[in-house]
Design a protein around this ligand. Structure first.
Ligand code: ASP
Length: 318
């Protein structure tokens, strides 16, 4: 029994670039679902012990970064020069404090660096080698680039280069990954965090929405916490995570309605894939996406765990 006014809730996504069920091997599907469960449990353990929403989303995203099945940390996408450049951010809805990192190449867990920067307050965002140097100076683990590379990401880069040569288009699953989490803690505080390798074959130096507070990540107590996945440029243009909060705050819209509307207006008509997970002050969870699927899961206010990948596919995890 949790001794608090609020029953905690945590939700995560592992990207809206899910491969079609036919192409995703059974082993990989099972392993990805198991890692989502592990990530949710890591965050929920913190919440149910009375820990903060910020600590919970950091812990949840760290597990997802360590998993080879998602495009963040170990398993992150490779850019056009075959390097990893990692973006991440975190926000505390109680204080509006936030931290962000763009284009890091060595810090093992970019979300942890974002949290450190959040605590520091100024600077709240660092990019490139300065971000990695800050991580090392503050006791965070740094790793060689090879740590982030998996055979699947190397193959994906070869495939994307072939698409470029042939003038063909990549599928959503070849483009989008990313991980994120949102949480409500026992004290009623909200938090959100997002981490990504961006997308395969992205331009060197390109920064996406996952590093940008208000675009890919946003949290505000009394309103909602949001983490986004999909084409970052569009999330930045429409300041999507903040836009969802603004629609709830100023138009009194329900969470799911606000999230669905922005995808319907700014993504679907342009053929752009996107997804969000969000949670409101009452602990209502929303997972909206316009792609074939989105790795997603949550532990709701009743403590019930749910994990899914495609539109109608709940993972049955025993
Ligand atoms: N939003 C991420 C980015 O643009 C990619 C993704 O979510 O797939 O960097």
């Amino acid at each position: 029994m949790i001794p608090s006014a609020h029953r905690p809730v945590i939700a995560l996504h592992g990207g809206c670039g899910v491969m079609s069920r036919a192409l995703l091997s059974e082993d990989e599907w099972v392993a990805a679902c198991a890692d989502m469960r592990k990530a949710l449990e890591a965050g929920y353990a913190i919440l149910s012990a009375g820990g903060s929403a910020v600590a919970a989303v950091e812990a949840c995203v760290t597990v997802m970064e360590d998993s080879p099945h998602f495009n963040a940390g170990h398993g992150a996408a490779l850019n056009a020069s075959g390097q990893h450049e990692l973006d991440a951010s975190i926000m505390d809805g109680a204080t509006a404090q936030a931290g962000a990192v763009a284009g890091a190449q060595a810090v093992r867990n970019p979300v942890r660096l974002a949290r450190k920067l959040m605590e520091q307050s100024i600077p709240m965002m660092l990019a490139g080698p300065a971000a990695d140097a800050y991580a090392a100076d503050h006791g965070l683990e740094t790793v060689p680039q090879s740590y982030f590379t998996t055979p699947r990401r190397a193959e994906a880069l070869a495939t994307m280069r072939a698409h470029d040569r042939l003038g063909t288009f990549a599928s959503e699953s070849e483009k989008h990954g990313t991980v994120g989490a949102v949480a409500l803690d026992c004290d009623g505080n909200l938090a959100a965090a997002t981490s990504t390798g961006g997308f395969t074959n992205k331009a060197v130096g390109r920064v996406g929405d996952s590093a940008i507070i208000g675009a890919g990540t946003y949290a505000r107590n009394g309103v909602c916490a949001v983490s986004c996945t999909g084409q970052g440029e569009q999330f930045i243009r429409h300041v999507v995570a903040h836009e969802i909060a603004a629609r709830i705050r100023y138009e009194d819209r329900p969470l799911a309605d606000a999230a669905r509307a922005i995808l319907a207006e700014a993504f679907t008509p342009h053929g752009i894939g996107g997804g969000v997970i969000a949670i409101d002050q009452r602990g209502t969870i929303s997972a909206e996406f316009n792609t074939e699927g989105m790795f997603r899961g949550w532990i709701d206010a009743d403590g019930v765990l749910f994990v899914a990948t495609h539109r109608d596919s709940e993972c049955t995890l025993g």
